[in-house]
Design a protein around this ligand. Sequence first.
Ligand SMILES: *Cc1c(COP(=O)(O)O)cnc(C)c1O
Length: 241
Amino acid sequence: MGMTDRKDELAANLAKVERRIAAACAAAGRRREEVTLIVVTKTYPAEDVRVLAELGVRHVAENRDQEAAPKAAACSDLPLTWHFVGQLQTNKVRSVIGYADHVHSVDRSRLVAALSKEAVRAGREVGCLIQVAFDAGESGRGERGGVSPEGIEELAAQVAEAPGLRLDGLMTVAPLTGAYAGRPRAAFDRLMDLSTDLRRAHPAATMVSAGMSADLEQAVAAGATHVRVGTAVLGVRPRLG
Ligand SMILES: *Cc1c(COP(=O)(O)O)cnc(C)c1O
């Protein structure tokens, strides 16, 4: 496919997603400006990120540092905000701090300490969202990362006090197992309740990151401020990501 064809395809997909978000906002009585679209570009090349920027996208997300670091470097001239949304190992934190403006997957104390140390070293302030797992088992951790709702308060306090970090809010991925499996709206409603609790202690932590290609309407209806959309904009991913 030529670059022009790809640009047309991405423009058409973006327009469709934009219509879905606008319709969901209208149905929920929310203003369109209350919801920020983050395009998840994992597995797609830097050229696509460049085209998305030309089409007006300002927020992109990645979930693997190995892939994200070179892509962000190749796109460093573009007016983009980078979100890191994947499970994060502490040995990748220094690299991630080099390009990420927001980390949505903060889910344990050691990670907060590592993010703080590297943000300070880099002279940056990085926004952190606590990833909430509604499928967390005995360990208190979810299958795909995240902390159980009971663990939010302590982690949030740690982020709020950590030099170089800013507590931005909460993130979740609709769970595939457990009581909320197949009920994204219920999971997102619960996330909103947890966000209300969080904002009592941390009024500036207003971000609520929820909803993907399949369930963005449910997330907007529940009150999400940020939706993370990959497939519906870029197409079905060529490999697992
Ligand atoms: C891949 C991914 C998305 C986007 O998922 P799609 O179904 O492709 O829209 C959103 N959030 C996270 C954390 C992801 O890893």
